[in-house]
Design a protein around this ligand. Structure first.
Ligand code: MN
Length: 314
């Protein structure tokens, strides 16, 4: 494990405390005035002014404070985007597993999660294959580039079918818990496929605070914790998340196609009035168990569709 020790002035120590304020941990050791733990380093400050950095990101963190920076120039430090996560410098150039999900807001269709590894030297290729922030990409475009991404990258994509979703939801699982379990599982799959190779970081497009995420996973046998970062809008921070987002989206679209075929009509995305109308038509034509088997049944759309169908029946 890499260790770095630096000595800081009182001024810098004050700045350091403020910088890691959201990562504070309690450490009752002699002489310790401050301790914090980030995703990639433990930081311990002593009364003497010595600060010890430990862990994979130790040197990187220490470098932020020792590089002749004045206390007043701390504005040059990259601020955490979200509580609990300090993003490493030049993250976009590192080897990263990105993880993202889709389908959580859609009444019809599954939740899909993809974890995808992009090695540092693959970053230009992935960009060349057309990966951009997925929010800017259309469904047909994503469908056209997903096969290339899948052929060059190590990934795992999980599709949680509606029957299973409804079963665990009825048991009291929140969407947060469902997502956390799927992300952890997809990341584990990718790590297993990578064998000896290890990413610099794992970046999860954030849907929950770190503590909440790990609380959802507390009963899991294998929990991935090392070098895990959380950030919102993570698809803009590393192409691995953008690629994961595209592969997850295409898995969602594929399952929507399959379900549309079963239903004999095109299932709309989202949770709009159009969704209610389509659901009501399916309810009338095929019955409730059939409709339930392709929807997230706890959504308000289920009740609205039932009311609409009853009106149509007269
Ligand atoms: Mn996301």
């Amino acid at each position: 494990m890499a260790n770095s020790v630096i000595i800081l002035s009182d001024e810098k120590l004050t700045a350091l405390k403020a910088y890691y304020a959201s990562d504070v941990v309690k450490r009752d050791a002699p002489g310790v005035v401050f301790a914090a733990k980030t995703a990639n380093a433990s930081i311990t400050a002593y009364r003497s002014g010595k600060v010890l950095f430990q862990g994979g990101g130790a040197e990187q963190e220490a470098a932020k404070w020792e590089s002749g920076m004045d206390a007043g120039s701390s504005a040059s430090i990259k601020k955490p985007l979200t509580k609990g996560t300090v993003l490493p410098d030049r993250l976009e150039t590192l080897s990263v597993i990105g993880s993202d999900e889709t389908g959580t807001g859609d009444f019809f269709g599954p939740v899909t999660v993809c974890a995808c590894y992009v090695r540092a030297d693959q970053i230009p290729l992935v960009a060349e294959l057309g990966v951009k922030d997925s929010k800017l990409l259309t469904d047909p475009y994503m469908r056209s580039i997903a096969p290339d991404l899948k052929s060059v990258l190590t990934y795992s994509v999980l599709t949680l079918q509606n029957e299973k979703y409804n079963t665990v939801q009825a048991k009291g699982w929140s969407q947060g818990k469902i997502k956390a379990l799927l992300h952890n599982q997809a990341i584990r799959h990718v790590l297993r496929k990578l064998e000896e190779e290890r990413p610099d970081y794992i970046l999860i497009d954030q849907f929950a605070e770190r503590g909440v995420y790990y609380n959802h996973l507390k009963n899991e046998r294998e929990i991935v914790r090392e070098n895990v970062l959380f950030s919102t809008k993570a698809e803009g921070l590393h192409v691995a998340v953008a690629a994961a987002s595209i592969i997850a989206r295409v898995a969602f679209l594929d399952e929507m196609d399959r379900l549309s075929e079963l239903a004999g009509r095109t299932l709309p995305k989202g949770a709009s009035k159009k969704v209610d109308e389509t659901a009501a038509a399916i309810l009338l034509a095929k019955g409730e168990p059939f409709l339930r088997s392709m929807t997230k049944w706890h959504f308000a759309n289920a009740k609205k569709a039932t009311v609409l169908a009853a009106k149509t029946r007269g």
